[in-house]
Design a protein around this ligand. Structure first.
Ligand code: SF4
Length: 268
């Protein structure tokens, strides 16, 4: 069976799907198995999506005529308003937490300012929002989207994932997060460049004084093997109907919190 035959025979799993199970299996149940309606949209998610759209528009523009600050902020504001309008259309309230939508709009413009001051404009952009569907093993096909793919010259490449975060990235995330492992595997395969791809998180922190930091991340061969084991374990847990609640800070922004808490009170 060649690779394209396998990709057709094996149902692809998205990175966001199996990482949802790792963060909270119960949320995975509501989102992917029961397809429960969302009770609320996370304001942080709306904000992060709009920042991503502005980031991508700017990085894409480097190939030709770089957007200026006003144009990037305009993309961000339009994306925020679109997301808010879409949620309104579906009757889903946006939970902004302790901030208002206007404060988040102002924060976004600040973050873009910091980003545009510090970002390297001399990179060679291969693509933004690069989709992939890659066979990792006979029984595992993974799909996802790479935020930014750069050509480093001399047959080397760089994968960048943009994050918006309340604080800097913790060491455990840099050491163990599965996303770099999965994205490195995928990029090496689609570029036919094993061992010649680097990975960086580009992090915009929404602190009082916004910051832009770059975190290079390495992954070993053992970690690459481990991710296959994790995907198989998640698949087995799903088949066995195992979806425990994983209480964490993520509960505050969870789109199924009322359902989850309600079932808890009833002893479900
Ligand atoms: S409220 Fe918390 S435990 Fe419940 S589904 Fe959401 S993230 Fe999981």
């Amino acid at each position: 069976m060649n690779q394209s035959d396998t990709a057709l025979a094996v149902q692809p799993v998205s990175f966001s799907r199996f990482s949802t199970w790792l963060y909270c299996p119960r949320r995975y149940l509501y989102r992917y198995i029961l397809e429960s309606p969302e009770e609320r949209a996370s304001g942080n998610f709306v904000f992060g999506s709009a920042i991503h759209e502005a980031f991508e528009a700017f990085m894409r523009s480097l190939k030709d005529d770089p957007l200026n600050h006003e144009a990037v902020v305009a993309v961000f504001e339009r994306a925020m308003h679109d997301e808010i309008a879409l949620n309104q259309h579906h009757g889903v309230p946006v939970d902004w937490g302790k901030k208002s939508a206007d404060e988040m709009l102002a924060k976004g413009a600040e973050l873009i300012d910091v980003f545009l001051q510090k970002v390297d404009r001399h990179v060679t952009v291969i693509g933004t929002e690069v989709p992939f569907t890659v066979e990792f093993a006979d029984d595992i096909v993974v799909n996802g989207v790479i935020d930014l793919l750069l050509d480093e010259g001399d047959g080397r490449y760089r994968v960048v994932d943009l994050k918006t975060s309340a604080s800097s990235l913790a060491q455990d995330r840099l050491e163990f997060d599965l996303q770099p492992t999965v994205y490195l595997l995928a990029a090496e395969r689609i570029l036919a460049a094993p061992g010649k791809v680097d990975f960086e998180f580009w992090v915009l922190t929404k602190a009082k004084s916004p910051a832009f930091r770059i975190y290079p991340v390495q992954r070993s061969q053992a970690q690459r093997a481990e991710v296959l084991e994790v995907i198989r374990d998640v698949r087995a847990a799903e088949a066995a109907g195992i979806f425990p609640r994983q209480r964490s800070y993520m509960c505050f922004g969870c789109e199924h919190r009322d359902k989850c808490d309600g079932e808890c009170r009833k002893g479900a």
